[in-house]
Design a protein around this ligand. Structure first.
Ligand code: ATP
Length: 283
């Protein structure tokens, strides 16, 4: 459903997101430069769900930050809809590990905030917010405050808050990692349902960063394995599991197990390198 938001539709064949030889070097407080991302090439097609996995601290979040426009690459290019990213764009939605809810506002008011900020009249914003709260199963919680909700419910508010803006691009940084295992699986299924699926023509292009390889395979059309930091793409694995998927079922399929084994042998090596570096630093 498009509520007249500024959906940026790139011409056919142009990736929704593209990083070309992107590098990011930070200046640290000590003055020593730190390269978090190096020479990274990645393309996300329109409506594609891409999961990014890599060892801790390798540069996954920094990659998302570049796509979001919050940071600029030191070298290379970052394109959204074929255009260089210049700052934060209205068609990009975010979901992070920590919920970005206003604690002093009710659930309904939190979900209305995005459309209001984008100029929707109050009545329309309220109607859209109620619609999305119903879709995430929180119709009865509209008047509560965030601290009166469970972790899973707060995450649903965050999803409603994001999807209500009808994002063309969805950037997710370990959104479910603070939840217990059962709630996580449930939220993954709900996310897939809200997203709508590849090939529908209306689904958002998603970049989903996670530590959890099972979660990555269950959700994504392709899994991108990053190297130990500085992050660059080590290998990309297409996930040829049929949709619609239910994560608990898909995990039991022989193809899932094969993919897991194959991708883990690639990722495990980078995790080991990262651990050994850590151990060398401690020693
Ligand atoms: N603003 C900054 N200034 C200096 N260094 C930074 C900055 N942001 C990130 N870094 C460094 O860049 C590297 C990559 O960080 P990033 O958060 O992108 O990794 P990550 O793969 O998302 O980590 P994790 O999996 O632990 O969440 C880290 O070594 C981090 O300390």
């Amino acid at each position: 459903m498009n509520h007249g938001s500024t959906h940026h539709t790139p011409p056919d064949g142009v990736p929704a997101i593209e990083l070309r030889g992107a590098s990011k070097t930070f200046r640290t407080p000590s003055g020593v430069p730190h390269t978090a991302v190096r020479d990274l090439d990645l393309a996300v097609a329109r409506g594609e769900f891409v999961a990014v996995v890599g060892p801790t601290g390798c540069g996954k979040s920094t990659t998302l930050t570049l796509v979001s426009g919050l940071e600029e690459p030191t070298e290379g290019e970052v394109l959204v809809g074929g255009e260089p990213v210049g700052g934060i764009r209205p068609e990009v939605g975010f979901v992070f590990q920590q919920d970005a809810v206003f604690p002093w506002r009710t659930v309904l008011s939190n979900v209305m905030a995005g459309p209001r900020f984008r100029g929707a009249p109050k009545a329309e914003a309220r109607e859209r917010a109620r619609d999305w709260l119903a879709r995430v199963g929180l119709a009865a919680f509209a008047d509560r405050y965030p601290h009166q909700l469970s972790g899973g419910q707060r995450k649903r508010v965050a999803l409603a808050q994001t999807f209500v803006n009808d994002p063309a691009i969805l950037l997710m940084d370990e959104p479910f990692s603070a939840l217990d295992v059962q709630t996580r699986a449930l939220m993954s299924d709900e996310l897939l349902e809200l997203w709508g699926g590849a090939g529908t023509g209306t689904a958002a292009s998603v970049v989903f960063v996670t530590h959890d390889l099972e979660e990555a395979i269950a959700l994504a059309d392709k899994v991108v394995v990053m190297t130990a930091g500085p992050a660059t793409v080590k290998q990309v694995f297409p996930v040829d599991l049929p949709r619609p998927r239910k994560v608990e079922d898909v995990r039991l399929q022989p193809r899932f197990v094969d993919l897991y084994r194959e991708i883990w042998s690639c990722l495990g090596e980078e995790v080991r390198i990262t651990r050994e570096r850590g151990a060398a630093r401690v020693a």
